[in-house]
Design a protein around this ligand. Structure first.
Ligand code: NAD
Length: 515
């Protein structure tokens, strides 16, 4: 059966005539129900937030203290699920960046670099334990500020955040074993710029290895999700981390740019879009600064005919729909071997109809809010391009809340490799499905993007996994699972997905000079 016929089969999911004309797809009211006979739902199970103490204004964290920005400028942080203002966040300008760099330099020269590794390790262990103690509160804040589900922030992000600090605490006094026969020296002051999709986890990925190896840090969170990094700063105070070892400066791209261009920064570690990553390559060219980039992705999930189809469909759901598709390694392209295409599409369509979209603080919610209005507009723009280029959209009939930024779980069939939806990062809960006949064709299609971050392979045959994995140009490949992370495992990309690795012993390398 062709992809077109499947997409047009009606009952559970459909697209309206409007979507055929290239305007935003909507599902007719008559079809907005699940296909379980009677309409049913879970009772609300909201995570408590009455104990959360949000400040009305968050300052910069420099030299171990919260200080007002010299710029006197603040911007709003919005809860994307409600569009309510949560707090005002300080916007650091070049003078604030300079203050933070000076503070980090002082701490590096006088305290952190001379400190024995075993002492640095104690601070990291203390921070890891404090994160565990505060995990529930930090998870709620993460969900309120970023829109991701509490299931994700509580059960995935926060455990991994503390695990990263624990893991790198263990390396702090063992660097000679990490690089046998070599001497590892810290680089100095590290400027670290992170995105909004995993705010605390990205902070942990950056800070823990840098601190363990003796560097001091200036962290710049993304402008839509700064709040949890500033609550983390409170834990640094409680851990009595020496002043200036970690500084947190908030602001948008201009703040990040000022950090990258500061003359006294030794190392830039960036996670974000490929577009900004390319600007950073130019900015550090000809300077002494070391650079690592973790950029975008357009991962292929490859399902072979011999795969356990139900498990594979669950893996696809976890790989693209949970966390609203706001994952750089999301399996946003699905390559299905022709023989199982009808079965996979049928199961996928039925499964996305059961995903619950809504209040991310509800423990039953599968898909939370899109992080910002700007990101929602980008998703709409790319979905429109898919429709205009002739792909067929299948969309969940989920009811979307009236306020906030939402997008229903969706997938495209009839996608060709040249479509924008097959090449560009959508960074939303939208999957592009294509078919293949032979393993060679699957490899060729999977590698046919400018990115090379991650991929997934689903098959019953171990030999096939090894053959395919060896030929995929992707930094991370999952086999018969997807989106599993561990602090001991390196993560990073090929091609336009960046260079350098985070996690594991490899994650120390970008922060040391070896002799
Ligand atoms: P972005 O590039 O717009 O912003 C990332 C960070 O860079 C933010 O803190 C932002 O303020 C800052 N920034 C923006 N312009 C800058 C400039 N000129 N100089 C210095 N800093 C600047 O990306 P985003 O939209 O926040 O995040 C989404 C992107 O991040 C996606 O492309 C995603 O794939 C990527 N990402 C990659 C990984 C990975 O590990 N490879 C992980 C998470 C997200």
């Amino acid at each position: 059966m062709s992809a077109k016929k499947i997409a047009r089969r009606k009952p559970v999911l459909a697209r309206s005539e409007k979507s055929l004309n290239g305007t935003r797809p909507t599902v007719p009211a008559s079809e907005r129900r699940l296909d379980f006979g009677e309409r049913w739902s879970f009772a609300p199970a909201l995570e408590a937030k009455d104990y959360i103490q949000l400040q009305s204004r968050y300052q910069l964290f420099i030299g171990g203290k919260f200080v007002a920005p010299r710029s006197h400028v603040y911007f709003d942080s919005i809860n994307p699920a409600t569009e309510e203002k949560l707090a005002e966040i300080a916007s650091a300008d070049a003078r604030d960046v300079d203050r933070a760099v000076k503070s980090a330099r002082r701490a590096y020269e006088k305290i952190w670099r001379p400190m024995p590794g075993r002492e640095r390790g104690k601070y990291l262990y203390r921070i890891a334990r404090l994160i565990q103690e505060k995990a529930r509160e930090l998870a709620v804040l993460e969900t309120m500020d970023g829109g991701k589900t509490i299931k994700e922030s509580r059960d995935v992000d926060l455990p991994l955040v503390s695990a990263h600090f624990f893991y790198y605490a263990g390396w702090a006094d063992k660097l000679q074993y990490a690089f046998p026969g070599r001497t590892a020296e810290p680089l100095g002051v590290a400027g670290q710029i992170i995105p909004w999709n995993f705010p605390l986890l990205m902070a942990a990925w950056k800070l823990a290895p840098a601190l363990a190896s003796g560097n001091t840090c200036i962290l710049k969170p993304a402008e839509t999700t700064s709040i949890t990094a500033l609550h983390l700063a409170e834990l640094f105070q409680q851990a009595e981390l020496p002043e200036g070892v970690v500084n947190i400066i908030t602001g948008a791209g201009a703040t990040g740019k000022a950090l990258v261009e500061h003359r006294d920064v030794d190392k830039i570690a960036f996670t974000g879009s490929t577009q900004v990553g390319k600007l950073l390559i130019k900015a550090v060219a000809g300077t002494r600064k070391k650079l690592t980039l973790e950029l975008g992705g357009k991962a292929a999930n490859i399902i072979f005919e011999d795969a356990p189809i139900d498990q594979a469909v669950e893996g696809i759901i976890a790989g693209i729909y949970f966390n609203q598709g706001h994952v750089c390694c999301a399996g946003s392209r699905l390559l299905v071997q022709e023989g199982v295409f009808p079965a996979v599409i049928r199961k996928l369509r039925d499964r996305i109809a059961t995903l619950r979209v809504g209040d991310p603080l509800d423990k039953n919610t599968d898909i939370g809010a899109i992080n910002s209005r700007g990101q929602l507009d980008k998703i709409h723009e790319l979905v429109d391009s898919g429709l205009q280029q002739g792909a067929q959209l299948v969309q969940s009939p989920a009811r979307l809340p009236k306020k906030g930024y939402w997008y229903p779980p969706s997938f495209f069939t009839g996608v060709t490799a040249s479509h924008r939806i097959a090449q560009e990062e959508i960074f939303g809960p939208v999957l592009s499905v294509m078919t293949f006949r032979t393993p060679e064709e699957a490899i060729e299609r999977a590698n046919n993007t400018p990115y090379g971050l991650s991929a997934g392979v689903w098959t019953d045959k171990g030999s096939k996994i090894f053959k395919i994995v060896g030929e995929l140009r992707a930094g991370i490949v999952w086999a018969n699972t997807y989106n599993k992370f561990d602090p001991t495992s390196p993560f990073g990309g090929y091609k336009e997905s960046g260079f350098g690795r985070e996690g594991g012993r490899h994650g120390l390398l970008p922060y040391v000079a070896l002799s």
